[in-house]
Design a binder for this molecule. Structure first.
Ligand code: PLP
Length: 535
């Protein structure tokens, strides 16, 4: 259940009052701050930083805006209505993110025993997991069998041998090569059977070995920038579906992988990808075929929701030659998270990051005074001069270092920042994907903790969904007794649920009406069981 602690202002927030609450269900409890509608992580961080000195807080932290998950999911549902998202845990294994996405009806893409256990530990049924690592450790396969996670990918003959020995009843998905060469991280260098020269042989071999292949998957590369790679992969997938069916496999699952952007750019957006992918899906895998379509988005859900807030722990003035060879003043700032921590994304994810100095209380007061002064002056001088000077802060060439005693620990070599002091805070937005996931405590610097915020309306929605999930749990229990099997009703029950109003997409239903409706559809068949075979 979700419970709320009423109006307990956080001491570190000074006079600024947010409402503190606790999200709670059988598998997870986390404190969350309920903020006014449209409140940004940046603004929350400013309030927090204001109060931080009083309580001596100086550890870096993330502000995770849970409302952003809902926003992303809503966008996914509206643009990719036929594609069921299985969140790629590797992108950011935050249990809170997993829990929220579970509430929203997502499945999960796991790559190891650790990830399987993390997801299962959140009371998520194994039927909602795809073990999407084509090259698995033998003991992990045994573990997947023990816990009932039987949907997994492969792309080579040796993997089939392992499966034959360790988990012959597993339902296999053949991962084929697909590649956007412009992607941030092209994954097909490592995984994916060639769809022409290798995949047909693997389908044949699996049939001969008596291993069931139920579908095709691919991944065009993380941080895809050219959607045409999806078209090519989908064409190969259709051909291999037909071949699989001819060979006697029950081909019923298409997995279009990840690659979806975390923020829109002129180059790529979910809308662009959907515009290309959806018509192909409708043509090659029409609804009537009964083929279930899933994807493994990671970045799409995690990227924009997390803002990293770091503190300047040291500062040095330096001189450095600029492009013209002229020696210029240079500020060197040292902050308390770096390349061995969250900024490992600079190395592993080829990311670029942008620093923004958080205005301190004093700065804001001075700015307000200057603005008032300017307004008074403008009024005296007439309307045509009414103009607020937004560029009053002088920017300096600066570089930003991480905290470790290692010179590779450089976050930004050259950027423009206002003059900052030790104790000031800097934020980095869009830090949710492939950041905390690989952060290490190298040199004794612990990766940042996370503070969660959510808007009022999304908080009510989460409470409704959480109640609803209790209904799921009851229905699931009843169903599994009835069927003596594995019920996963969450997916189809939940998808399509979130809308702008924060209520059901089918209108503004009261909680009880939603719960009634859920109970009435509680006996829906298991999604995977419902897959029809097409010729
Ligand atoms: C197998 C697999 N699925 C899904 C993902 C998630 O990709 P993205 O974050 O680009 O959506 C990855 C990440 O690289 C992956 O390796």
């Amino acid at each position: 259940m979700t419970s709320e602690a009423i109006e307990t202002p956080d001491e570190s927030m000074g006079s600024y009052r947010y409402r503190q609450a606790t999200y709670e269900n059988e598998s997870i409890i986390f404190p969350i701050t309920v903020v006014p509608e449209q409140e940004s992580a940046r603004n929350y961080a400013i309030q927090w930083a204001d109060g931080s000195d009083e309580v001596g807080a100086d550890a870096p932290f993330y502000v995770c805006n849970v409302s952003q998950f809902l926003k992303q999911h809503q966008q996914w549902l509206s643009l990719m209505p036929r594609v069921h998202p299985f969140y790629a845990v590797k992108c950011n294994p935050d249990p809170t993110l997993i829990q929220i996405l579970s509430l929203l009806g997502c499945g999960f893409d796991c790559a190891s025993k650790g990830e399987l256990d993390l997801v299962l530990g959140q009371n998520i049924a194994p039927e909602r997991i795809i073990y999407a690592n084509p090259c698995k450790t033998a003991s992990f396969i045994k573990h997947a069998k023990e816990v009932g996670a039987n949907l997994m990918t492969f792309d080579n003959a040796d993997e089939l041998k392992k499966i034959k020995n360790l988990f012959p009843e597993a339902r296999m998905v053949l991962r084929i090569f697909a590649m956007d060469p412009t992607a941030l991280c092209p994954l097909s260098l490592k995984f994916g059977a060639d769809p022409v020269t290798e995949a047909p042989g693997l389908l044949k071999l699996a049939a001969e070995m008596g291993i069931q292949v139920i579908g095709i998957s691919f991944h065009v590369g993380s941080g895809c920038r050219d959607a045409t790679a999806y078209r090519i992969a989908l064409e190969h997938a259709r051909r291999l579906f037909d071949l699989g069916l001819e060979l006697g496999h029950s081909m019923g699952l298409l997995d279009i992988g990840g690659g979806f952007p975390g923020v829109e750019s002129t180059q790529i957006s979910l809308e662009k990808i959907a515009g290309l992918v959806n018509p192909i899906l409708d043509e090659k895998f029409p609804r009537e075929s009964g083929v279930r379509i899933i994807a493994e988005p990671g970045r799409f859900y995690a990227h924009a929701a997390y803002t990293l807030v770091v503190k300047i722990i040291a500062k040095r003035e330096a001189k450095k030659k600029n492009e013209e060879g002229i020696e210029t003043d240079y500020k060197m700032y040292y902050v308390n998270d770096g390349v061995y921590g969250s900024f490992n994304c600079l190395v592993f994810d080829h990311a670029t990051v942008e620093a923004e100095a958080l205005p301190t209380k004093e700065h804001r007061k001075k700015d307000d005074e200057e603005e008032d002064e300017q307004n008074d002056k403008d009024e005296d001088e007439g309307d045509e001069k009414k103009q607020i000077n937004n560029n009053k802060t002088t920017l300096h060439w600066s570089c930003v270092w991480g905290p470790t005693c290692d010179s590779i620990d450089l976050i930004l070599e050259r950027c423009r920042l206002p003059e900052l002091e030790v104790g000031d805070w800097i934020i980095f937005e869009n830090m949710g994907a492939y950041t905390r996931a690989a952060a290490s405590p190298f040199n004794g610097f612990q990766p940042p903790a996370v503070q969660y915020i959510v808007s009022e309306s999304d908080w009510s929605l989460l409470m409704t969904l959480n109640r609803k999930s209790e209904v799921h749990a009851i229905v699931d229990r009843q169903m599994s007794t009835k069927l003596n099997g594995d019920g996963d009703h969450h997916a189809e029950l939940d998808s399509g649920f979130v809308s702008d109003s924060g209520h059901s997409s089918e209108g503004d239903k009261g909680t009880d009406a939603i719960l009634d409706e859920l109970e009435s559809v509680g006996s829906a068949p298991n999604d995977f069981d419902a897959i029809a075979v097409t010729a």
